[in-house]
Write a protein that binds this ligand. Structure first.
Ligand SMILES: Nc1ncnc2c1ncn2[C@@H]1O[C@H](COP(=O)(O)OP(=O)(O)OP(=O)(O)O)[C@@H](O)[C@H]1O
Ligand SMILES: [Mg+2]
Length: 404
């Protein structure tokens, strides 16, 4: 019966109903109206807030406005060097231009209607890679030449190209290895855009992303418009819960009480909405036709959520880092922003072995790498995982096996 369940908890799974986010979509449409690109987009927010699926909805919007779209999920490669990033971009360009070959050989034009291709100019990976290799200079010069050629091929046929990269917070410059892939990407698009070529960058990732861009190249501050996705409003959350059950063939609808419970438990976070709804739906489905009136089994759902979602994140932290996380969870502002001195002050009260400011700083750095914490532009910290402090407090209440 599982296929009757419309809800889709899972990274990148398109929800049955995408609630809210029309402001973000409008903003993206506006960016597509730029004649020369001065603004690119960063789409950021906590884990599970809906970045990947929103990015996916941008793709048809771009197409409607005459833009091509290419890109990838950066998390698929472990470490990204300049060479790997170049391969990534050339691959993405090849995927996009491969219909040119089809136009030519199969006589079924897809996209690119009017482009003439010569026999020798099939625009596949070897062609682009060859051009890349033949261009002298640094990786950035070679890529620039590829992008300039790409535009001379597309100009007059499309309005521009969106280069969309998910999980872009993974990109890092590493001075000790002499590798600057992040700076290179920014430099590349900045110089291409300065030449009037309408290639727009759309980067998606955790809230560490934008500070990282600015750190790599200070002009990123002006180069990107930042959309920070928050939790859904209660009206939007309600729609995310209710609308999927309103379609033809859906065997049940939630009661008003249950809708209110789900919205409250989820805190408006999209992943939690899908997760809780899926569980509740299954329970209700199993009780269809029986006399029992179904409710929301809150405790069971929360403990499943703890196991399925939070535990994997918690497991990444060492014992000492967990002490730090517990200390943070005890702060009254733990759901919001907190500072090193907030943590140090609190640790003095609740720990036998408190933390010094420098230890705290270092540990926060490691927790940022592990994707549990992020630092905003004003130097304050927050949890990168929604409702994390509540999870930690639940674990504390359970007792001593917290560090197992
Ligand atoms: N606007 C929305 N309305 C309803 N459900 C949503 C919405 N946005 C996302 N979801 C659901 O939330 C879950 C998480 O979405 P998604 O994977 O896009 O988040 P994310 O921000 O990319 O997470 P991560 O940081 O882990 O990559 C998915 O199950 C998706 O179906
Ligand atoms: Mg994602």
């Amino acid at each position: 019966m599982a296929n009757l369940n419309p809800f889709r908890p899972g990274a990148g799974h398109m929800p049955p109903y995408l609630a809210g986010r029309s402001h973000e979509q409008d903003r993206f449409r506006e960016l597509l109206q730029q004649n020369s690109i001065t603004e690119n987009l960063v789409l950021t927010g906590l884990r599970g807030v809906g970045k990947t699926v929103l990015l996916e909805t941008f793709r048809p919007l771009a197409r409607i406005d005459g833009w091509l779209w290419t890109g990838a999920d950066m998390s698929e490669s472990a470490t990204i060097t300049e060479d790997k990033l170049a391969t990534r971009l050339i691959t993405d360009i090849s995927v996009m231009t491969s219909p040119l070959i089809q136009t030519h050989t199969s006589k079924h034009p897809i996209g690119f209607g009017g482009i003439e291709t010569k026999e020798s100019a099939t625009m596949d990976y070897p062609t682009w890679h060859d051009l890349y290799e033949r261009t002298p200079g640094l990786v950035v010069d070679k890529l620039r030449s590829v992008l300039v050629s790409l535009w001379s091929l597309l100009q007059g046929h499309v309005n521009g190209v969106v280069f969309a990269y998910d999980e872009a917070q993974i990109l890092s410059d590493r001075a000790k290895d002499g590798q600057y892939p992040l700076s290179m990407l920014l430099e590349l698009f900045q110089s291409i855009q300065r030449q009037g070529i309408p290639f727009m960058l759309v980067l998606t990732g955790l809230p560490t992303l934008f500070p990282k861009l600015v750190e790599a190249r200070t002009y990123s501050e002006r180069m990107f418009h930042v959309l920070f996705l928050s939790q859904l409003s209660s009206e939007e959350s309600r729609k995310a819960v209710v609308n999927p059950t309103l379609v033809d063939g859906c065997p049940l609808q939630f009661s008003e009480n249950s809708i209110a419970s789900i919205v409250r438990m989820s805190g408006g976070y999209p992943y939690f909405i899908q997760f809780i709804c899926k569980e509740v739906f299954d329970v209700w489905l199993s009780k269809l036709g029986s006399d029992e009136s179904p409710a929301v089994p809150e405790e069971a759902i929360i403990s499943k959520l703890d196991n399925d979602f939070f535990a994997a994140r918690w497991d990444k932290a060492t014992d000492r880092e967990r002490e730090l996380l517990i200390t943070i969870a005890g702060l009254t502002n733990s759901d919001d922003e907190f500072t090193v001195s907030d943590i140090v002050a609190r640790a003095k009260i609740n720990l036998d072995r408190p933390f010094s400011p420098s230890q705290t700083n270092q540990m926060l750095g490691r927790l940022m790498e592990k994707g549990l914490i992020y630092k905003n532009r004003h130097g304050k910290y927050s949890f990168a995982v929604p409702l994390m402090s509540k999870f930690i407090l639940r674990q504390l209440a359970k007792g001593p096996d917290l560090f197992s």
